[in-house]
Design a protein around this ligand. Structure first.
Ligand SMILES: Cc1cc2nc3c(=O)[nH]c(=O)nc-3n(C[C@H](O)[C@H](O)[C@H](O)COP(=O)(O)OP(=O)(O)OC[C@H]3O[C@@H](n4cnc5c(N)ncnc54)[C@H](O)[C@@H]3O)c2cc1C
Ligand SMILES: *[C@@H]1O[C@H](CO)[C@@H](O)[C@H](O)[C@H]1NC(C)=O
Ligand SMILES: *[C@@H]1O[C@H](CO)[C@@H](O)[C@H](O)[C@H]1NC(C)=O
Ligand SMILES: *[C@@H]1O[C@H](CO)[C@@H](O)[C@H](O)[C@H]1NC(C)=O
Ligand SMILES: *[C@@H]1O[C@H](CO)[C@@H](O)[C@H](O)[C@H]1NC(C)=O
Ligand SMILES: *[C@@H]1O[C@H](CO)[C@@H](O)[C@H](O)[C@H]1NC(C)=O
Ligand SMILES: *[C@@H]1O[C@H](CO)[C@@H](O)[C@H](O)[C@H]1NC(C)=O
Ligand SMILES: *[C@@H]1O[C@H](CO)[C@@H](O)[C@H](O)[C@H]1NC(C)=O
Ligand SMILES: *[C@@H]1O[C@H](CO)[C@@H](O)[C@H](O)[C@H]1NC(C)=O
Ligand SMILES: *[C@@H]1O[C@H](CO)[C@@H](O)[C@H](O)[C@H]1NC(C)=O
Length: 650
């Protein structure tokens, strides 16, 4: 069956027999062919139908360097030849920090610990991911590091993927040779899902193409769209948006547009208006576990079309590109509110600073001594966010513990297509109420036009790599709080008793983002996807953040920290029965993660996974079907990727 679509610059390839494939970019036209396979039989395709029992005749563990089934050097060389030299064996950059290592170079190490982050070095590195602990702390970047730098949870080989063929060859080789396969885009994943010891990594980062489609028409959509390569980052899309005078839903600056973000749902500033990242998708090109390159869209491969949008990263295939919805430019107006509490100050203490950590004009901040007033004000502010949500807006906030029972609260409201005056009227009642509580912040007074975030001129983002990203050890543990928790005073109070306890007693930094990506907002396409149903009724995506010392923590300490945090998360779970958490910013050690991250979509996802990938080629922790395997961790860190991947019962 042919697909009837209007494609501006795309070819329609009908592969022999089965597949209708819409090629978005030239790099997808370069595909594995029979001559390649004749020259290197290790690249032959898989046939899921011939493998009815996923557990039959399959090895207990993936190959491991030195194991009898680890491919010999000449097999890697042959693979490299098939890949036209795109097989890399990168060194961990931090090797430069180890005086015991031949690669030691103090100048390089200092640069890594300093300026490297501003240059985008870490995002562009084929090996490194931004969260350190899954690697096993065997080569953290610290000055004059003790011990030896070893590969640990880093992959053995990396495929520098610049064509669909590279990806197909990697998948087929890994499957046929029993080698663990991982997929890396930007390396943002907080749960070690873009790395793995003893693996071959498919690095999709180089796939940077973007293309504007002024009119994209299918049975289910008519409007503007963009084709997005698998390696495109949010800031690159921002440049593109500026150049083309369009808006596309995007995450934070260096997060990938088409990798883990879409695969687990994905949120962005306009999520209450446009839905989640996965709700933007119109079509997906993907290499499946059998090595085939296919298109999944509402007409074709409907199982994968459903699963790839929210059903978990690195589970169903390697996405090469997507088509996403685009809109006329949408500008948002933002306002911040912030206040602090320090019960140790003399009662006469007055505002110390108007500064808040969020962007936009400042309404003021104040330091209180009255703890009750502080938390009452916090609760009122979060509840007021529902009014911004109703207009398609969102709220972005932190509560930072400062020690000695002092806390700072920063919170911004951001609403699309609204004038500063309108936003002021929206926020005014909150300020009146805060003032009544004795929270002495000035009433909203602002220059009328200052708040509109201007559309950046074309090219304004060029060279800006965003974020200052470098590897750290942030542990996210989170929960989606349903709108229902805001409905009655009693339940809202219980909700905040739980949250407050985790901040006051737990001492964690609280991060809350107020979003309402309902089914209505998602639209018919988005609503019928594998996204965690908990998102659809949520009002707050809330996290407890903990930044753990790099390399300075033993595995036992890591386990203690997990156990401690679990106590506080349990309080959150008690007040949100039946809800869940956002995988990408959730705890990789989440209990009952199947229900938490996927809700009642889980069984269908596992069914699709078994059918499409009976070999278990794709594996990442807390993805559908992943409980059949685990990493035999060498370092004892919970969730570490430093070890051999084996069937769970081994
Ligand atoms: C600084 C920072 C800011 C963030 N901001 C946001 C935000 O604004 N909104 C939000 O929703 N989340 C945010 N996140 C979380 C983010 O969505 C996740 O970390 C997400 O996993 C990033 O996806 P990636 O593809 O960029 O990263 P990676 O770590 O490279 O990949 C993540 C997962 O997706 C898989 N994957 C990657 N590419 C592909 C592909 N082509 N095909 C199949 N699987 C693939 C990987 O194997 C891995 O399992 C943020 C994270 C950080 C560190
Ligand atoms: C793959 O081949 C290229 C080009 O010949 C070479 O530069 C590279 O080092 C090879 N990779 C490996 C892992 O040997
Ligand atoms: C260390 O790295 C710096 C910067 O890349 C380089 O200039 C220098 O030659 C290196 N030193 C050694 C001993 O390799
Ligand atoms: C580090 O490597 C050296 C040389 O290979 C070896 O002698 C030493 O025992 C190693 N140290 C540790 C802590 O493993
Ligand atoms: C990946 O391949 C591209 C295209 O050949 C090349 O330009 C780039 O330098 C390679 N990247 C690495 C890290 O080798
Ligand atoms: C951008 O698009 C909007 C809405 O489609 C239009 O009103 C505006 O004039 C355009 N601006 C530019 C610079 O093209
Ligand atoms: C804080 O804001 C008020 C009112 O806008 C202003 O009068 C005061 O100078 C500001 N204080 C500081 C420290 O900026
Ligand atoms: C602290 O604030 C609460 C809530 O506004 C109020 O009821 C209480 O009287 C205040 N306490 C003091 C000592 O001012
Ligand atoms: C907490 O209070 C103690 C005693 O007043 C003081 O020594 C310490 O510096 C304070 N700590 C912080 C983080 O403010
Ligand atoms: C402020 O906005 C109004 C209406 O949008 C516009 O007429 C006016 O020129 C703007 N003023 C400034 C200083 O930009």
């Amino acid at each position: 069956m042919l697909l009837l679509k209007i494609f501006l610059a795309s070819a329609l390839i009908v592969a022999p027999g089965v597949l209708s494939v819409s090629v978005n970019f030239p790099y997808e036209s370069v595909q594995l062919n029979t001559a390649d396979i004749r020259r290197n039989p290790a690249l032959r395709y898989g046939n899921p139908v011939e493998t009815p029992d996923p557990d039959a005749d399959l090895p207990h563990c993936r190959a491991w360097p030195g194991s009898h089934d680890w491919p010999a050097a000449d097999e890697w060389t042959k693979l490299n030849t098939s890949l036209n030299g795109a097989l890399l064996r990168p060194d961990p950059p931090a090797a430069a920090c180890y005086p015991s290592d031949a690669r030691y170079n103090a100048t390089t190490c200092r640069w890594l610990l300093g300026q490297a982050r501003q240059t985008g070095f870490w995002i562009d590195d084929p090996l490194v991911v931004l969260t350190q602990w899954p690697q096993g702390s065997t080569c953290p970047a610290v000055m004059d590091a003790k011990g030896n730098c070893t590969r640990g949870g880093f992959p053995e080989y990396v495929v520098n993927a610049t064509t669909a063929k590279h990806i197909q060859a990697a998948v087929n080789f890994a499957r046929n040779k029993n080698v663990r396969l991982v997929i890396k885009n930007t390396g943002h994943d907080f749960g070690g899902r873009s790395m793995g010891g003893g693996s071959i990594s498919v690095w999709v980062h180089p796939l940077k193409n973007i293309e504007f489609i002024p009119k994209y028409t299918t049975d289910s959509y008519e409007g503007m769209a963009v084709r997005v390569g698998a390696g495109v980052e949010s800031w690159e899309m921002a440049n593109f948006m500026a150049e083309h005078n369009i808006t596309v839903l995007t995450p934070a600056t260096t997060v990938g547009m088409a990798g883990g973000w879409i695969a687990a749902g994905g949120h962005g500033g306009l999520t209450s208006k446009l839905g989640l990242g996965s709700d933007q998708v119109l079509s997906i090109n993907v290499v499946t576990a059998d090595g085939k390159f296919i298109t999944a869209d509402p007409d074709t491969n409907d199982d994968l079309w459903w699963a790839l949008r929210g059903g978990g990263p690195s589970a169903f295939g390697i996405v090469t590109s997507v088509v996403m919805r685009a809109f006329p430019p949408i500008r948002s107006t933002s306002m911040s509110v912030g206040f602090s509490v320090n019960p140790n100050l003399p009662n006469t203490a007055r505002p110390t600073s108007n500064a808040t950590s969020t962007a936009g004009p400042r309404l003021g901040s104040s330091t209180l001594t009255n703890v009750t007033a502080f938390w009452t004000g916090v609760k009122q502010t979060y509840r007021h966010c529902l009014q911004a949500n109703a207009l398609g807006g969102f709220c972005f906030s932190y509560i930072y513990p400062l020690g000695n029972s002092s806390f700072t609260f920063t919170h911004s409201f951001s609403v699309p297509s609204i004038t500063p005056t309108e936003l002021t009227s929206l926020i005014q009642p909150l300020f009146d109420s805060l003032n009544t509580l004795g929270i002495d912040i000035p009433l909203p007074r602002m220059p009328p036009n200052m708040t509109t975030i201007p559309r950046p001129p074309p090219g304004a983002f060029q060279g800006f790599r965003g974020g200052g990203d470098a590897p750290i050890n942030t542990r996210y543990r989170s929960r989606l709080f349903p709108r229902a928790n805001y409905a009655s005073d009693a339940l809202y109070d219980r909700t905040w008793t739980a949250i407050r306890h985790s901040i006051e007693e737990g001492g964690y930094t609280f991060h809350g983002i107020g979003y309402t990506p309902t089914r209505e907002v998602a639209g018919p396409l988005g609503a019928d996807s594998a996204v965690n149903p908990a998102w659809r009724v949520a009002a707050l995506h809330a996290s407890l953040m903990e930044t753990q010392p790099a390399g300075g923590m033993t595995a036992a300490e890591a386990r203690e920290r997990d156990a401690r945090a679990a106590k506080y998360l349990d309080l959150w779970r008690e007040v949100t029965p039946g809800s869940g958490a956002y995988l990408n910013e959730g705890d990789p050690m989440e209990p009952n993660w199947q229900a938490s991250f996927y809700g009642d979509n889980y069984d269908r996802l596992v069914e699709i996974k078994r059918r499409r990938d009976p070999w278990g080629v794709f594996w990442a922790q807390t993805t559908p079907g992943s409980e059949g395997w685990d990493v035999k961790v060498l370092d004892g860190y919970p969730g570490s990727q430093n070890g051999r991947l084996c069937r769970a019962w081994v």
